[in-house]
Design a protein around this ligand. Structure first.
Ligand code: ZN
Length: 151
């Protein structure tokens, strides 16, 4: 990874990549979706436990590069307790942050720590690493139990 990524942002990604949060199987998950990014070799499983329309619990397992692990880790910490529509809105913000909109036009208050992922947008090859967990999440919230490919 290039040094262009801000030091702080880089550090957060490295920390989450090495010590991911909510990194475990969720035995009582109501939705389970696998995501694969063949370009990088990232493979992860996202577990979501929905209670009414709220994410009661969320976790993930898998193996991949630091960016894919950090993104999944940050995602699970950001979404626990959120309503499905809030989670889908956040998916939209993160996806836009990584693929199109300059980060200063995004609601930084809602993105919170997820803003550290914005540095990844400068590295097109790594964007799919960062969006992998989010695509799996969206499929999970849409009620699909299937394999998601980031390609
Ligand atoms: Zn990757």
């Amino acid at each position: 990874m290039s040094n262009d990524l801000g030091d702080l942002y880089q550090q957060v990604i490295i920390d989450h990549g090495r010590h991911p949060q909510n990194f475990h199987r969720l035995g009582d998950a109501t939705r389970t979706v696998e995501g694969v990014n063949p370009l990088c070799g990232d493979l992860l499983t996202v577990y979501v436990k929905l209670l009414d329309d709220r994410i009661d619990d969320i976790a993930f397992e898998g193996a991949g590069c630091a960016i894919s692990m950090a993104s999944a880790s940050l995602m699970t910490t950001a979404l626990k307790g959120k309503r499905c529509e809030e989670a889908l809105a956040l998916f939209g913000f993160v996806h836009a942050m990584l693929t199109e909109t300059p980060s200063d036009e995004l609601p930084s208050a809602e993105l919170g720590k997820l803003a550290v992922l914005s540095g990844v947008s400068a590295f097109p090859m790594r964007v799919k690493c960062a969006t992998l967990a989010w695509h799996a999440l969206r499929s999970a919230l849409e009620g699909k139990n299937e394999l998601v490919s980031s390609e």
